[in-house]
Design a binder for this molecule. Sequence first.
Ligand code: G4P
Length: 531
Amino acid sequence: MSTELKNEIENETKNRRTFAIISHPDAGKTTLTEKLLLFGGAIQMAGMVKARGERRRARSDWMKVEQERGISVASSVMTFIHEGVTYNLLDTPGHEDFSEDTYRTLTAVDSAIMVLDCAKGIETQTLKLFEVCRLRDIPVLTFINKMDRDGQDPFSLLEEIESKLALDVTPASWPIGMGRDFKGCYDLLRDDLLLFDRGKGDHLAEGGIDCTGLDDAKLADHLPDFQLEKLREDAEMVRGLCPAFDRQSYLEGHMSPVFFGSAINNFGVRELLRGLHDFAPSPRPQKAVQRDVNPEESKVTGFIFKIQANMDPKHRDRIAFTRICSGNFRKGMKLKHVRTGKALTIHTPHLFLAQSREEAEEAWPGDIIGIGTHGGLRIGDTLSESEDLSFTGLPNFAPELMQRVRSEDPLRAKHLGRALEQLAEEGAARVFKPVMHADWVVGVVGSLQFDVLADRIRTEFSIPVKFEPASLYTARWISCDDAAKLKTFTDGNQSALAYDHDGDPVFLARNAWHLSDAEEKFPAIRFAATK
Ligand code: G4P
């Protein structure tokens, strides 16, 4: 590789941050996203405001999902550039029935921002998502939101994060007052006083007032005595209670710097972005079965972490979201689809510059490109310029809810199989064809997924479908080193046997006993919860 290209890849990699925001619904993820995009100058406020208005009108969960689906392709990946650094923000679906999608998206980021509502602290979904970050050693910055409203005492919030997440915390800023009395924050890392200005939501906040420290006489010009005194006391106490910020510990996922703010008022967002700039890691090496792949390598590699149907239901094409792991991707490039060995020329990739799908000329490690596909590409697939690599780490989930599905129009019945196969390839569901039963069985992780599937099969494939309870407990992929033993098992269990969309055999258990009984009677057979 030329030294020039090598330097360029190194440089572009260094100047990239690929991250996601994790939070419990309603903590302020959407609002924070908008404000971050504002810094990149990449947002049309009007468009966003409209989407929010519609969202407000959405009453049921189902409508929310439908609406989210409508805007989700465009907002799945948002890229913005601020002070020479390219930020790729990967959106994660809000509803917990779609957490599978979220988990996969987290495999494609290098760091995360955890947003908490100051009144609610750590909530169930925050905890779950944080655990995924921990499993993958993803460093987390914390943003405590809604400081313009009354919430919990900041000390108890820090303690809650520390104890519930078993994570060291250190405040990057400290709030002065709260709710009606919220005056702003003191930036403990830079010694700046940040004054809160209500209603500056659509404007970029001014920088802070530079101080020499908490003893600076200037502080008294801006804060009433009692608040200044409290700030000094709090700061002293917090410095005694919390460890000092240690970047290495943050990078290893052991420590989270905590920022306080109010996203809706665009307060504290600049400091958070600066935290992302100064502390968050640039694209990291990615693990493949064969070896670790460094971003600076000259050959392009990437993996698909999400497949999404087009917003327009009349178009059957789908987008495979691919994270570039190494090299300098250029439009028109030929990459090998490692699973099938086929070459794939990527003529019209998409880069996701906030709100509009812009065609990418080139992309660098950490960037996400969207590749149009009519099928063939699957979640977890690796694309590679030369070497046969398989990236690892994409989680697979055991289907926990199972239903049978049938076409209400017998004439369309034979198309149903194809529709289901496509949805299975997208990762939207697990699909099984029972040997002894005419109806397909669909397995999902969250029940709302059934509604979305039914709606998509109706609108995208014009097949009226009906989902019905299957009285099935779970599915297990079966395999055995001894083909004869596998055959004995499958012959004896035809009524519980099905095949998935790859043609691999699956055991459909009626209940927990049915499964454990089979496992006991056939110790040579492996019953895998995921593939
Ligand atoms: P989410 O994506 O995490 O679900 O949260 P979202 O941003 O939609 O915010 C949830 C609610 O919290 C919204 O109110 C939003 O306006 C509000 N919010 C966000 N940040 C702040 C903040 O800093 N302070 C205060 N006081 N509120 C905040 P909503 O009434 O549900 O929606 P909307 O009518 O405002 O759109």
